[in-house]
Design a protein. Structure first.
Lengths: 110, 112
């Protein structure tokens, strides 16, 4: 049972373009929605996070859009750069534990 | 400040062998977690601990045991390794259940 579903599995974007990764969840008790970024051979690191009482959060080129009624949230990377090439995981927190999406491998072509 | 460290980085086991993965954190965090990462599956929680001397089951606990004898260390044990346990294992820690989780660099385990 996958409580957090993430798409697409892989994504290729041209440099300067917008990268969009989507997640959907089922459990309405989730209270915190982080995105993690993982480079090859490294552990995931927190990129940006949002709480369900906010519809959007922006940090530099990274924005989370949150739709509580649809139980969906997405990560937008503006002006995508080759250095953004990594695997991205969405997650949702419930009962002080994180449930992760399947991951998206993002490649930014120069 | 090393953060979260994991030992070893790589390991190859034969089916039926046992081993222990060590996670250490120097941030005085109460919570520690063990995840496994498999292609297309994301990160799945194996076991976690909310403080020294405590452990609890996560999403995929079968075949694993854990111990948290010291606050800074969280051990993951495989008593009889199976090929299905071939994976990359990540340890994480957080100040409490409401704060950011910090991940270690991972251990790549292959079971033949």
């Amino acid at each position: 049972q996958q409580q957090v579903k993430q798409s697409p599995q892989s994504l290729i974007v041209q440099k300067g373009g917008i990268s969009i990764i989507n997640c959907a969840y089922e459990n309405t008790a989730f209270d915190y929605f982080p995105w993690y970024q993982q480079f090859p051979g490294k552990g995931p690191a927190l990129l940006i996070a949002i709480r369900p009482d906010v519809s959007e959060k922006k940090e530099g080129r990274f924005t989370i859009s949150f739709n509580k009624s649809a139980k969906q949230f997405s990560l937008h990377i503006m002006d995508s750069q080759p250095g953004d090439s990594a695997t991205y995981f969405c997650a949702a927190r419930g009962a002080q534990k994180l449930v992760f999406g399947q991951g998206t491998r993002l490649t930014i072509n120069p | 400040n090393a953060g979260v460290t994991q030992t070893p980085k790589f390991r190859v086991l034969k089916t039926g062998q046992s081993m222990t993965l060590l996670c250490a954190q120097d941030m005085n965090h109460e919570y520690m977690y063990w995840y496994r990462q498999d292609p297309g599956m994301g990160l799945r929680l194996i076991h976690y601990s909310v403080g020294e001397g405590t452990t609890a089951k996560g999403e995929v606990p079968d075949g694993y045991n854990v111990s948290r004898l010291k606050k800074q260390n969280f051990l993951l044990g495989l008593e009889s390794a199976a090929p299905s346990q071939t994976s990359v294992y990540f340890c994480a820690s957080s100040y409490n259940g409401h704060n950011e989780q910090f991940f270690g660099p991972g251990t790549r385990l292959t079971v033949l």
